[in-house]
Design a protein around this ligand. Structure first.
Ligand code: AMP
Length: 397
């Protein structure tokens, strides 16, 4: 997807550049407990700073709903950011008005400042033009490096982009090119793996993917709903019985558009949803009334891997089983390892994302080996659903 300007096109020296980042990071006992999001935006900050810009960071933190909530101040995050960047990061007590302007006026080219939580103002989530104009007053240029926030039309992700010359930061660019490589103009054949608990939360996703990919693997608890819709008795497995018609609609649409759908043929079964529960592997047609399918079986995993070896692109959202509970992660992990291996050998482009998927791939030890793993959650899902993201659109129109 083209149409947006990146930092290559930016003359930033001595300009005040407002950079929307996602510093909504996990905290524990007042300290940042996971630096992933900070690390993802660090390249943009460093690059702008090196080019002599005054770098002014905007972010939300938590859900203060337009009120000042001291526990949701970004001040502790400024310290974490400073240690990651190994440079000073000034902190402004407000993101608009004199609280922001005074801090910004003290900056020199190359300096970095973080402004207080944009969601302390109600105008942020309302995409209020007046609030956006207050933000715009503070800078000359706007950079959006927060793909993970760009599915929301908020003032700092949408309206502001229309008030200043707007650019995509490096993290945004990386997300957009990975997604373009996976779904926009992918190398074919393309396989999508969609797993997780329920289909009710992933209907838009399934309907969109069917149109885009050559093979759709449905795994995890979701697969049970499809197996049930095909008349298979899923016993005590997680299953949305009321969505049988919808599942059949998805399967017949897939057939119409020529998308192959793969469902597991065998599964790991247990009577209890707990670690190391007694289990057995059996065909999906052999599930007792008190048994649950908690992972794909070895035969299904082997079939999946064989198919994967014939593909050039993989897009993955959702685990193939209850991966958090041993031994029901093995299906997910073994397919993840195979995908990582194919990626390493240059045969496969692998793009994955969405909350549990990131954790499952980390458990499989392949986080570094996939072509791209998006930590964007909601924005990644909306992109996979084929929706236009307002924050991205504002950079391109
Ligand atoms: P989601 O948030 O929809 O992606 O679902 C992820 C959750 O689905 C994880 O917590 C998994 O443990 C769970 N899950 C995956 N497969 C199964 C299954 N066969 N039965 C029950 N839960 C599952």
């Amino acid at each position: 997807m083209a149409g947006y300007k990146n930092l290559d096109a930016l003359e930033a020296k001595d300009k005040t550049v407002l950079v929307r980042v996602d510093l909504n990071v996990p905290m524990k006992d007042g300290n940042v407990s996971d630096f992933t999001r900070i690390q993802r935006v660090a390249p943009t900050i460093r690059e702008l700073s090196k080019s002599g810009a005054k770098v002014v960071l905007l972010s939300h933190f938590g859900r203060p709903k337009g009120q000042i909530v001291p526990e949701m101040s970004l001040e502790p995050v400024a310290n974490a950011l400073a240690s990651e960047l190994a440079m000073d990061v000034a902190f402004a007590s407000d993101c608009i008005g004199s609280g922001a302007a005074d801090t910004i006026s003290s900056l020199e080219g190359g300096d970095v400042a973080l402004l207080e939580n944009v969601r302390f103002h109600a105008g942020e989530e309302k995409n209020d033009p007046e609030f956006a104009a207050e933000l715009a007053k503070l800078g000359d240029i706007y950079v959006n490096d927060a793909f993970s926030c760009s599915h929301r039309a908020h003032a700092s992700t949408e309206a502001l982009a229309r008030l200043l010359p707007a650019y995509a930061g490096r993290n945004m660019e990386a997300e957009l090119s990975a997604l373009e490589a996976a779904l926009g103009a992918p190398k074919r054949p393309v396989m999508a793996i969609v797993g997780g608990a329920k289909i009710s939360t992933k209907l838009d996703l399934l309907f969109n993917l069917i149109e885009k990919v050559d093979t759709l693997v449905i795994g995890g608890g979701m697969a049970n709903t499809f197996l049930n819709a095909r008349g298979i008795d899923v016993g005590a497995s997680l299953c949305e019985h009321d969505l049988a018609d919808t599942a059949r609609e998805i399967l017949s649409k897939a057939e119409r558009v020529g998308c192959e759908v793969l469902l597991q043929e065998d599964a790991v079964l247990a009577k209890e949803f707990k670690a190391d529960a007694e289990n057995r592997t059996a065909p999906v047609t052999d599930v007792a009334s008190d048994e649950m399918m908690l992972d794909i079986g070895a035969k299904s995993a082997a079939q999946l891997k064989e198919k994967l070896a014939t593909c050039k692109t993989l897009i993955w959202n959702g685990p193939l089983g209850a991966f958090e509970i041993s031994p029901f992660g093995e299906g997910t992990f073994s397919v993840a390892r195979e995908a990582a291996q194919l990626t390493k050998s240059g045969a496969l482009i692998t793009v994955a994302g969405g909350g549990d998927t990131v954790a499952a791939l980390a458990n499989a030890g392949v986080s570094e080996e996939f072509t791209y793993i998006s930590t964007a959650g909601g924005a990644f899902l909306e992109w996979m659903e084929g929706k236009e993201l307002p924050g991205v659109k504002a950079l391109t129109t």
